[in-house]
Design a protein around this ligand. Structure first.
Ligand code: WT7
Length: 652
């Protein structure tokens, strides 16, 4: 089998400005420092936190692939995120500017957050939760979500946050797998201009899970809720608790949380993260990748707490670094498509961290919307979740960042816990679409089928060849599956499941999941590169590409394209042009057999394109399991579009 083809090349370079570089938290020497003594480097990062007891060993890898970091050390995560800032005199600093979708706001200081977390910790203790017990959290994007997580961390009860968009079935299987004793939820939340309900799904799930002893319910919307004898109101039980709580320290390897990755077919995996190494790496990366200046920055990560991005870069990293941040409950188009830009202007957001799917949606909506708001406070932009196409990167830089903000394209996974591959914003001369290189202290490489590193210019499998502090410690309840899933493809090396290439300078380009790689006449072509070629055409906002069975070439490339600013009347000419455009951008081998103009693409709730469903359509199969789709109606619209035929742009 040949390696992945390296098709696109990129010459644009964006070094940081002199001012940014000089003031940056991360300076160029950091790479050499970490190369010289990797464990010593991580040890120094760990010292930035407040420990109740020192460790005796930085890393114990003797039980590989099960790591122990900062062996014997003890600390409390909530104390690191709250108490130490209040003790240092920053109690009045704003921790969270909350904005609800209906427009209600709350300003929560570090002292206020500490008081609420202490009350919630006392309440959980009263409900019988002890260190080691699991607590499921099923909440909208409201401050209580962060409070609940921190309260669990404070008492050493691992939380399992389940995204509020998941169904009762998904919730109950996660509650059951982790054997959660308490569920924290709300009556509902606000989304797309209305109140949605959460409590009915919890009622249904708890019926299946007799191990749940109590359900703690936040009143957010005031809607009617069913009530059982397990249910207690948050404002009753939490509200009457003392607002102080003496925290104890936990072992560095004490479980902090379980987070289920939504496998599309197999049983979800409960990814387990622990305390000391996790907090060390999320804090380090948050400070250095986002260049966080706690006294002046206003940071906004748009992710929901239901995803790992919300865990690491809404809750733990920012609070450990004493950030002031924005938290927004709703959707970007409520009540109008400029809502995010209004928020940036109102709060003076300086650092924005979001996903390519959002950026491409804004491209589709057009640049006049951000132009109507003052975005001059922004000084750094981040991206996560998918490869960002070079043209989307350029749009983000120009339209949102006013050509002045460094962009950090951050590669990581639920499993890695924290950012692994990313530019350092004051150091790296970035390339549009590249996550560049492994952070200091991190070992990443691209290897061929035999596990041999590919030379510069080559493509293959992305691997992590050194254990890292925030690495997953296993799959909850299934050590075999952990070893099998991540450590068996290449002996003793973590395989991430992604394809990647090294460019001529050795910088890394993520090419999507290897399961999505297409094989056209024996050439292994990544969906990402063809999608990026399509998005580089001015008429295209977003593209998804799949390999469909083809009698001639094995697989043929089928593309689904969302036009910028609405569909043209006549699509044949555009389709022909797009096919030709791909051929000139990256070569005839990658020319799509069909291009279909669509209005939406099937995406998961976290914004990843579900190529599996598009492949079903492209191969004329009945569309498979759509339960993880964010919008269930999308596939019928696309199937309808295809039934109308064409897609080749040929005159015939
Ligand atoms: C997968 C992990 C990491 C937090 C959110 C997603 C893809 C993530 C990038 C990036 C290219 C990326 C990978 C990875 N991915 N960031 N910057 N460039 N691809 O967490 O749901 O665990 O997904 O997301 O395919 O393996 P997740």
């Amino acid at each position: 089998m040949s390696d992945l083809e390296n098709l696109l090349s990129e010459d644009r370079r964006f070094p940081p400005s002199m001012e940014f570089a000089q003031a940056a938290n991360a300076q160029p020497g950091m790479y050499a420092e970490a190369d010289t003594d990797r464990l010593g480097f991580w040890e120094r990062q760990a010292r930035e936190l407040s420990w109740a007891q020192d460790w005796t060993q930085v890393l114990d890898w003797s039980g590989a692939p099960f790591a122990r970091w900062f062996v014997g050390g003890r600390l409390n995560v909530a104390v690191n995120c709250l108490d130490r800032h209040v003790d240092a005199g920053f109690g009045d600093q704003v921790a969270i500017h909350f904005e609800g979708e209906p427009g209600d706001t709350r300003t929560i200081t570090y002292a206020g957050l500490l008081a609420e977390v202490s009350q919630a910790a006392n309440a959980l203790t009263e409900l019988g939760v002890q260190a080691g017990d699991r607590v499921a959290i099923y909440l909208p994007m409201i401050p209580e979500a962060a409070v609940a997580m921190l309260a669990c961390a404070r008492i050493g009860a691992p939380h399992s946050v389940v995204f509020g968009g998941f169904s009762a079935d998904a919730l109950s299987s996660r509650i059951a797998d982790a054997d959660a004793k308490v569920v924290i939820t709300a009556d509902g939340g606000y989304r797309k201009g209305g109140a949605f309900a959460l409590k009915p799904a919890v009622d249904e799930a708890v019926e299946q899970c007799p191990g749940v002893e109590h359900v703690l319910v936040v009143r957010r919307t005031g809607q009617e809720v069913g009530w059982t004898d397990k249910d207690v109101w948050w404002h009753d039980v939490v509200g009457r608790q003392p607002s102080t709580h003496t925290a104890v320290a936990f072992d560095a390897e004490h479980p902090l949380f379980i987070l289920y990755t939504s496998g599309t077919t197999a049983k979800p995996k409960g990814i387990l993260h622990t305390t000391g190494g996790y907090l060390t790496q999320v804090t380090f990366t948050h400070r250095n990748v986002f260049d966080l200046k706690p006294d002046t920055d206003v940071y906004w990560c748009t992710a929901d707490v239901g995803w790992v991005t919300g865990h690491s870069y809404v809750v733990y990293g920012p609070l450990a670094n004493r950030a002031t941040q924005v938290m927004y409950e709703g959707t970007p188009d409520t009540p109008h498509q400029g809502r995010w830009w209004e928020i940036v202007a109102n709060y003076g957001v300086t650092i924005l961290y979001t996903a390519p799917t959002a950026i491409r949606t804004f491209m589709k909506w057009g640049e006049q919307l951000p132009a109507e708001h003052d975005l001059s406070s922004l000084r750094l932009l981040g991206s996560v979740g998918e490869p960002i196409n070079p043209e989307a990167w350029m749009w983000y830089r120009r339209v949102i960042g006013g050509d002045r903000c460094p962009i950090v394209d951050t590669w990581w996974q639920t499993e890695t816990g924290a950012i692994m591959i990313s530019p350092l914003p004051g150091v790296t001369a970035t390339k549009p679409g590249s996550a560049m290189r492994a952070l200091p202290g991190i070992g990443a490489n691209v290897v061929d089928d035999q596990g041999r590193p590919v030379p510069d210019g080559g493509g293959g499998y992305l691997v992590l060849d050194q254990p890292w502090p925030s690495m997953l410690r296993g799959i909850w309840g299934d050590p075999e599956r952990y070893a099998q899933t991540y450590w068996s493809r290449f002996d003793g090396i973590y395989f991430a499941g992604d394809g990647a290439k090294k460019d001529a300078d050795g910088d890394l380009w993520l090419l999507g999941r290897v399961d999505d790689v297409m094989n056209v006449s024996g050439h292994r072509i990544s969906t990402t590169e063809v999608e990026s070629a399509l998005v580089s055409h001015p008429a295209v906002a977003e593209a998804a590409v799949v390999g469909a069975d083809d009698p001639m070439t094995g697989q043929a490339i089928v593309a689904f394209v969302i036009p910028r600013g609405g569909a043209p009347e006549e699509t044949d000419a555009l389709i022909a042009e797009l096919r030709a455009h791909v051929a000139t951008q990256i070569g005839a081998i990658a020319k799509p057999r069909n291009v279909f103009i669509v209005q939406e693409l099937p995406k998961t709730r976290s914004g990843k394109i579900m190529r599996r469903l598009l492949k079903d359509v492209a191969e004329n199969r009945e569309v498979g399991d759509t339960t993880t789709l964010a919008d269930g109606s999308v596939m019928s619209a696309i199937s309808g579009r295809l039934a109308a035929g064409g897609g080749t742009g040929d005159e015939s």
